[in-house]
Each structure stands twice: as structure tokens, then as C-alpha cells.
Write a protein that binds this ligand. Sequence first.
Ligand code: SF4
Length: 266
Amino acid sequence: MKNKKISQSFLKNYNDYKGKKLCGLKFKAQHFDNLEFPTTLPMDLGNYFEYVATGCLPRNGVKPEPKISYVGTKREAMSTPYVRANESAELFKKIKEAYKIEIVDVGLKLESKNKNGILDIWAEMDGRPCIIDLKYSGLIDDKWAETGWDVESLHYKERLLVQAIQYKMLVKENYGLNYDEFDFLFMVFSSKEVHNVKFIRINIDEDAYRVHENHISSIFKQINAMNIEKDFIPYPSINSCSKCPLYSTCEYKSDIPLIEDVYYGG
Ligand code: SF4
């Protein structure tokens, strides 16, 4: 493998793989073989919301359509979560006006020597350049989940914040702006309650960029030295195999729980 660049989702999944929380064959299929994995309802809803809000198509390039309930009956109508997603998209447009956000580009692909990423929104807010990442979340007030958006505990949540660091670095590397000349903001909409929205600016310490660059460059070297066809280790489990698109052909799959050893005392 030569010159595989590291995206923030690649980084998260690779860390999961190294922690044996993600099967290596699944990881390879997703990031090297470009196998399209089935989407979940929250992902479909998020894609639909973002499309209606900004006109940006999801990665697969297919226009998201709302789900219809009671098809073929008198009660046929857009399903309630999609009605809410439409209302959230309208609210996004109102927020955009209120903050004087002028969108320059949506779905903007950026890359540098060892990393890449796709910015939801590259914009100017009241004349200042900014990256805005839209989230459509069922965990907007959650403090404990690693993908929960409780603001007080957010600074502990590396899994969410790594995106801000990666994207600010990509903008600097592509456009030559200094970190203090533009912002990164998450705009988080609740998928359960239209009027629960958070607009969060992430302020990043200079050291965090250095740490991230070291991490990315080490993974970039590891990955590009690997034999991608042979070196990934399968980590089967009854749960992950049951949801895996490779299940029907995989020789490592498991249909029963595997015994895990716990050592105590001594
Ligand atoms: S079926 Fe199981 S072992 Fe095979 S790739 Fe999927 S998760 Fe890994």
C-alpha cells in the first residue's frame, strides 16, 4: 500500500481495530476495498437532514429520500422523524441568517501529504472564515456517551474533537491560514426535539495540533508499510459478525460467543 491518506473516520476505526474493538477484515473492507456498508436509520436521517439543510449529497452520491409511513393507506404520510428533520433543516436556514453565515462550499474535499477530510460547510460567518460541521444527534445532552454532546464534558471526548483538529489542520495546509484566522464550529441538532440545537466553537491548544500530527504521521507510516491483503487480523464476535456485510463469505465468522479469559488474583 502506498500513500493511503488518513481521514478522521479512518483514524477512529483504526484505533478501534488496534484496541480489538473492530474486526480487521471489516476495517479493511470499509477503508481499502470501499465496500458500501448498510446504513442505519440515524445515518439515513442525518444524511436527509444535511441534504435538505445544505443541498449536500451523502458520500454515495444518492439523493436521500424521506421515509413514508402507512404506504397505500389513507394515513400515508412522511414519517415523523423525517418531518422533524425537515423542521430542523428550516431552523438551520434561520440560524444561518441570524449569524450572517455565507456558505462558500459544501462537501469540500481537502487533502494534504498524509491526511484528508470532507468539510460539511466552508463558510464565512460575519466575514470570518469558518468550518461548520453539522450533526444530527440523538445524544445532544448526553454526558457519558463518547459521542454525546453535553458541552461541559465535551473537552474529554477525543472521539468527537479529533475532527476539529484534523479539519483545522487541513484548512491551514491547503489555504495557508493561521489557526487564529478561522474557526471550527459544530452545529448540533437534536433528532428528537427540533428546538434543541447547540452551536459550539472548538478552541484548540497549539500543542494538540503537534500531538495530532505525530499520531497521524505514525499511523500513515504503519499503514503504508503494511501488506493490506494479508496483515489485518480478524476479530470475530457473534455480535459484530451478525451485522457484518462480509458474513456470507467470511471464513472467520462466529455464530456463537467465543470464550474470553479473565484473570483474577495471583
Ligand atoms: S464476519 Fe466477522 S470475522 Fe468476518 S469480517 Fe465480518 S466481523 Fe470480521
